[in-house]
Ligand binder design. Structure first.
Ligand SMILES: O=C(O)CCC(=O)c1ccccc1C(=O)O
Ligand SMILES: [Mg+2]
Length: 315
């Protein structure tokens, strides 16, 4: 049995640039891969790296694809996929999920029971955007912080909390952009609204693990690690070091789906699944994992497909 392998680099413009503590993100590039088996059955996969988040770069992913043969026998395809190095986590996800797609029928796919979190724009733009998402059924929102001056952001948070309906929940995502003092200010503030704030995501940079562990023991507002657990190795590491609060998992860059399943089944961790702004191809594979492995009924950070202008290009 033989598989035909091909791939293509695609790029899409965000409807509105994504602004985080890391800067302004305007264009999403990824690699779409295609496997065709001998019967002509086609399966897609997506490699959507975010190098500033700890995955490989797009160039490294493309280099990996370039060195693969265009025709792969079934004996070696599993070999290849199992041997993708850990420094290429987005490739591990793309290839393994493409192969899984070939092996199963799609009717088993059902993630309609999941709740979704909607992503608000940073800054005061959040104040006139949540209504739109609320109308579409979102009850959980995520707002980026650590982007503007903290006094200004804390004032916007007050307004946002006043405006949001009783049952709405809010997550704050600092993308590692706070210092110790700012993190404490935010956590103190959030402790005053225990029914409104679900958690603060990645308050401090990745190298400040023990400080975040300390903060999570001191404040009642939950802390979710995101950048700190971008890949499976990091996830395993933070778990070993005693993290028992929330873990954000971005399947698109975390690495091998089968290894992720194993980890989640072995350890009862509190997880939030989240997108890497992938196309419908990566999204479907990621949501499948979210449906299987989500815990505590936490909303998944996958908004709707309104991130990009235009439709998904032909591949
Ligand atoms: O998690 C979500 O709710 C949306 C996705 C998201 O915020 C995100 C998307 C791409 C890269 C980084 C992040 C992030 O959580 O920091
Ligand atoms: Mg985050």
């Amino acid at each position: 049995m033989k598989y035909q392998f091909s791939f293509r680099n695609i790029s899409q413009k965000f409807t509105r640039p994504v602004i985080t503590n890391h800067g302004v993100w305007e264009i999403r590039e990824s690699v779409i891969i295609r496997l065709i088996d001998i019967k002509g059955k086609i399966s897609w996969g997506e490699i959507a790296p975010i190098s500033w988040f700890g995955s490989e770069t797009l160039e490294e992913a493309l280099d990996f694809c370039h060195q693969l043969p265009r025709e792969i026998t079934s004996e070696i395809i599993f070999e290849i996929i199992l041997k993708i190095p850990d420094k290429l986590p987005a490739c591990q996800f793309g290839f393994e999920s493409a192969l899984e797609n070939l092996q199963e029928n799609h009717e088993s796919l059902n993630y309609h029971h999941l709740n979704f979190s909607g992503l608000l724009p940073a800054g005061k733009a959040a104040l006139n955007q949540w209504q739109n998402l609320w109308k579409q059924g979102y009850k959980t929102f995520k707002w980026k912080i650590g982007v503007n001056d903290i006094t200004e952001e804390l004032a916007i948070l007050n307004l946002l909390i006043d405006q949001l309906p009783e049952s709405a929940k809010l997550r704050l995502d600092a993308n590692g952009g706070l210092d110790d003092n700012a993190a404490k200010l935010w956590l103190e503030k959030c402790d005053n609204f225990p029914n409104k704030i679900e958690f603060i995501e990645q308050p401090l940079p990745v190298d400040k693990f023990s400080e975040m562990l300390e903060l999570s023991n001191y404040y009642s507002t939950k802390i979710a690690l995101d950048e700190s657990v971008a890949t499976l190795q990091q996830l395993e590491n933070c778990y070993q070091q005693g993290w028992r609060s929330i873990f954000v998992i971005k399947p698109g860059i975390v690495g091998s789906p089968s290894r992720l399943r194993k980890f989640c089944q072995q350890h009862q961790i509190d997880v939030v699944f989240s997108s890497v702004f992938e196309t419908a191809i990566g999204r479907q594979a990621a949501l499948k994992l979210a449906a299987e492995l989500s815990s505590n009924n936490r909303a998944v950070g996958f908004g709707i497909n309104h991130y990009f202008t235009g439709s998904i290009p032909n591949v």
